[in-house]
Design a protein around this ligand. Structure first.
Ligand code: ADP
Ligand code: AMP
Length: 214
């Protein structure tokens, strides 16, 4: 999944992973889990994330390489938030070639920049499961502040504050467009309008991955 912060990658990746029966691997969720557990990696990445900067490629690539070696990844995964730079995309291709796989589809969820601020500043996440994602107006939970699925409290990310959102856009959009170009050139890019109801975006993405037989 490729897209700007707030485009709906996590929301869609969770739905696709469920429909396809494969794991949802979100680089940001894995980093936040390391920060919470105060691991050595968590300590290294925290300041980058707090400033809205990208974590250096070497740390990010190593983390994904380790995740893809876990047995549940053998049948494929939905990668969400990785790759985010051209270098990461190149290393991913090499890494997958070694493991006997490849990038079968790059799904670009396209949303106008003005809409992203509203999406990120209204985002609420489950404290138990990172892929239970809400929005205070567009996808509100049934009970304010509580996850519909497991009843856990919801929280807002520190980097979803306006100043950090601005930094994330400035620092992360230019490399993201390079990733879009990379997958356009390799012929696997599918661009989808992310400014539609969630279910319609999911249906379009499913059609892109597995077009109906003619
Ligand atoms: P990303 O993973 O790309 O940063 P998220 O999936 O976390 O984005 O979505 C950002 C916010 O936008 C969340 O609050 C989510 O509920 C909301 N959202 C996601 N998809 C849509 C959509 N199609 N329409 C409106 N809001 C959406
Ligand atoms: P996300 O949850 O995808 O919005 O990511 C949160 C933060 O984690 C980003 O703002 C980056 O600091 C960091 N991050 C996540 N994925 C990557 C990546 N592929 N490369 C570099 N930094 C990343």
């Amino acid at each position: 999944m490729v897209g700007a912060p707030g485009a709906g990658k996590g929301t869609q990746a969770a739905l696709l992973a469920e429909r396809l029966g494969i794991p949802h691997v979100a680089s940001g969720d894995i980093f936040r889990d390391h920060i919470r557990r105060e691991t050595a990696l968590g300590k290294k990445v925290k300041s980058y994330m707090d400033q809205g900067a990208l974590v250096p490629d070497d740390l990010t690539v190593q983390m994904i390489d380790d995740r893809l070696d876990k047995p549940d990844a053998a049948k494929g995964v939905i990668l969400d938030g990785f790759p985010r730079t051209r270098r990461q995309a190149e290393v991913l291709d090499a890494m997958l070639a070694k493991k006997g796989g490849r990038v079968t589809a790059a799904l670009y969820v396209d949303v106008d920049r003005e809409k992203l601020l509203r999406r990120l500043s209204g985002r609420w996440l489950c404290t138990e499961r990172a892929d239970h994602v809400y929005h205070e107006t567009a996808r509100p939970p049934k009970k304010t502040g509580v996850c519909d699925i497991d009843g856990a409290p919801l929280y807002q990310r520190d980097d979803d504050k306006p100043a950090t959102i601005k930094a994330r856009m400035e620092k992360q959009l230019p490399p993201m467009f390079e990733v879009v170009d990379y997958y356009t050139d390799s012929g696997v890019l599918h661009a989808v309008d992310g400014d539609q109801p969630v279910d319609e975006v999911t249906d379009e993405l499913m059609r892109a991955i597995a077009p109906p037989a003619r």
